[in-house]
Ligand binder design. Sequence first.
Ligand SMILES: [Zn+2]
Length: 81
Amino acid sequence: MKAGKTHGYVLTFRCINCGRHEVFADYATDEVEPEDRIRGRIYEVTCYSCGWSGEACGQSAIRISRTDLRPRGARWQSSGS
Ligand SMILES: [Zn+2]
């Protein structure tokens, strides 16, 4: 059984301000979603390089990767719940 949103997607964008690929958006979901649905959303994003923040459409993402949003180390610990 899953509790809470522990998985999701990380989208990488090219920064429109500094041009680096340092703009990331997190999207938390426990479900696997088709890529075109992920791309159909608008994300609030922040550039880790220059600090620019704004909105980016998933269509312009240069990379989408599925990820575990839980902190590292806690992933496989099951001390009984
Ligand atoms: Zn930037």
